[in-house]
Design a protein around this ligand. Structure first.
Ligand code: BES
Ligand code: MN
Ligand code: ZN
Length: 513
């Protein structure tokens, strides 16, 4: 896909369609106003007639056969105080609407206000446009006509002198890299579990490493056994598919000892194991590797954006199946750091594979840890599909992250990590138990993970509610969303700015043991 940037008048534009934003107060600005003039007021007519009000997701199409842009699509962008998400949705809505109608080159007018944050605005629009192109029909023998977006043009006009062209260009490039990484994560997640095995996940990571120049290795079960990774090996016992511990490394600052680690749950299918799940919606558990896909995809973006920082991605990957050798409720496993875990419920497997993943990231030299996992159904109860629960042992690091994340199209919300929860995850017979009953299920899960991060600053992102959606929206096909790729990339870029070493952040010793 080609990306262009132009500050010319709309009249000189050549494209299959020009897209303009309409705010919910029904106001047009910048390019939209200029275009309205050229079309003899046809756009304002749409508003007067109430054909479009400017609410998010609304569209109205006009044909303009005598213009260089053949069509004009007005897209509702919502309130004037829009955020990153509104811009991405604006672009995604247009791509899905026009793309399904065979339009392959689209120009987007930037809202006038975007000149105050030109680089970000360009990035969000390109990211959103790319996000709109994916449909989940890849396994159909006759897939729907794909959305074949060949070119995107960013039109910064009417006040164009205020838009900085270099910022537009670098933002568009960042949006391309991020949007492609997000789509890559979504495609990995869409791949059904019979194809997306731990072996396949490792191969996907290896491909990324080769393509973008990252270091790669993946431990097999024998190597994991030597390292004492009894938690992930316990989960993997019920499956014939061998588990892998996948690692991608990026060294952008060899002189520094700082290393940010992303750890992602790569559970390629979660049946629940012996504590088997009900059949309803079990098929969605192929998405239980979204955290891991997010790590691999984010590393692909990081390799291209080249921040001056050291980043590693660790993906413990396994299947959770019942079988004659499967781990059973009551079994006790020993994780890499020697801690023993009583398995109360084999369906609480994510925290088991992450336990070894977090330990391994520390062995590899991590100085800060961020994990992402479709970890608990309780997360969906707490925040629905709106935001990702964000739990940390380091308040300053967490707050810094939450501020960063506001400049992405993803949403994160803080939840507490009280010592009570660490008390709750203690076992009578072993150091820890992996399940504690319903109260605060997402937070006891986090308290369990805390026992494996030692005293490193750490953030846990429970993406159970945000990693995929079963609702089709005007801007995104249903299915995986690409969480948490944007947050990971933002963190990596921030690490290059000499991120604060979480002064009050260094957590107290884990409460358990
Ligand atoms: N992968 C699931 C969590 C999940 C559920 C993600 C629904 C997305 C949608 C996880 O492995 C799991 O089964 N968690 C259990 C933990 C419980 C047994 C303590 C849960 O949430 O029910
Ligand atoms: Mn489970
Ligand atoms: Zn799971």
């Amino acid at each position: 896909m080609q990306i262009h940037v132009t500050s010319g008048a709309p009249a000189v534009l050549r494209a299959g369609a020009l897209v303009v934003p309409v705010f919910s107060e029904g106001r047009l600005d910048g390019a939209a106003e200029a275009v309205d003039g050229e079309l003899g007021g046809a756009l304002s007519d749409l508003l007067t007639n109430g054909e479009i009000k400017g609410n998010v997701g609304e569209v109205a199409l006009l044909h303009a056969p005598s213009h260089g842009f053949k069509r004009l699509l007005a897209v509702g962008i919502g309130k004037r105080e829009y955020g990153p998400e509104a811009l991405a949705r604006y672009a995604g809505t247009a791509v899905r609407h026009l793309g399904k109608r065979g339009v392959t080159s689209i120009a987007f007018a930037l809202p006038l206000e975007a000149r105050h944050h030109t680089r970000d605005a360009a990035a969000f629009i390109v990211e959103g446009a790319l996000g709109g192109t994916i449909d989940a029909t890849t396994y159909r023998t006759e897939p729907d006509k794909p959305i074949a977006l060949e070119s995107v043009t960013l039109l910064a006009t009417a006040g164009s002198h205020d838009f900085d062209k270099a910022s537009l260009e670098s933002g568009a490039e960042r949006g391309r890299i991020l949007g492609e990484a997000v789509n890559f994560a979504r495609l990995l997640a869409l791949t059904p579990a019979n194809d997306m095995t731990p072996t396949h996940m490792a191969r996907a990571a290896e491909d990324v490493a080769k393509k973008y120049g990252l270091k790669f290795h993946a431990l097999d079960e024998e190597q994991m056994a030597k390292k004492g990774m009894g938690a992930i090996l316990g989960v993997s016992r019920g499956s014939d598919e061998p588990a892998r511990m996948i690692v991608l490394e990026y060294r952008g600052d060899p002189s520094s000892k700082e290393m940010l680690a992303f750890v992602g749950k790569g559970l390629t299918f979660d049946s629940g194991g012996i504590s088997i799940k009900p059949a309803e919606n079990m098929h969605e558990m192929k998405y239980d590797m979204c955290g891991g896909a997010g790590v691999i995809a984010a590393m692909s973006a990081i390799a291209q954006l080249k921040p001056k920082a050291n980043i590693i991605g660790v993906v413990p990957s396994s299947e959770n199946l019942p079988g004659p050798r499967a781990v059973k409720p009551g079994d006790i496993l020993r994780a890499m750091n020697g801690k023993t875990i009583e398995v109360i419920n084999t369906d609480a497997e994510g925290r088991l594979i992450l336990a070894d993943g977090l330990c391994y990231a520390r062995e590899l030299g991590a100085t800060r840890l961020v994990d992402a996992a479709t970890l608990t159904g309780a997360m969906v109860v707490a925040l629905g599909h709106a935001a990702t629960g964000t739990i940390s042992n380091a308040d300053a690091f967490r707050d810094h992250f939450l501020a960063l994340a506001k400049h992405t199209t993803e949403k994160y919300w803080p939840l507490p990590l009280y010592d009570e929860f660490s008390q709750t995850v203690k076992s009578e017979i072993a150091d820890l138990r992996n399940s504690t009953g319903r109260p605060a299920g997402s937070l006891t899960a986090a308290a369990f993970l805390k026992a494996f991060v030692d005293d490193l600053p750490w953030i846990h992102l429970d993406i159970a509610g945000t990693a995929y959606t079963d609702a089709e929206t005007p801007y995104l096909a249903k299915g995986p969303t690409g969480y948490p790729v944007r947050a990971f990339v933002a963190l990596a870029e921030d690490a290059a700015n000499g991120a604060p070493r979480t002064k009050n952040g260094a957590a107290k010793k884990a409460a358990v043991r």
